[in-house]
Design a protein around this ligand. Structure first.
Ligand SMILES: [Zn+2]
Length: 74
């Protein structure tokens, strides 16, 4: 059951791109970082398709620690 991490699948990318740009920008700039203790921007992120959501995994722009954000399909 090993799936490669940090690889954006074509399907996940399609789903991500189907989200309006304005909303995507908002999501990317509003990711919780436990290290910074607040909302930060995610950088160097990849997108994965989960069962009912997309999962963004990347790094905090402020401190560089790993952060993740779930984007529920609506
Ligand atoms: Zn941080």
């Amino acid at each position: 059951m090993s799936r490669p991490e940090n690889i954006t699948s074509f399907k996940a990318l399609q789903l991500w791109r189907a989200i309006p740009q304005q909303y995507r920008d908002k999501l990317v700039r509003n990711v919780f970082c436990g290290n910074c203790g607040g909302a930060v921007e995610i950088v160097d992120y990849s997108i994965r398709e989960e069962k009912f959501a997309l999962l963004l995994t990347g790094k905090c722009r402020t401190c560089g620690k790993p952060v993740a954000r779930v984007v529920e399909n609506e």
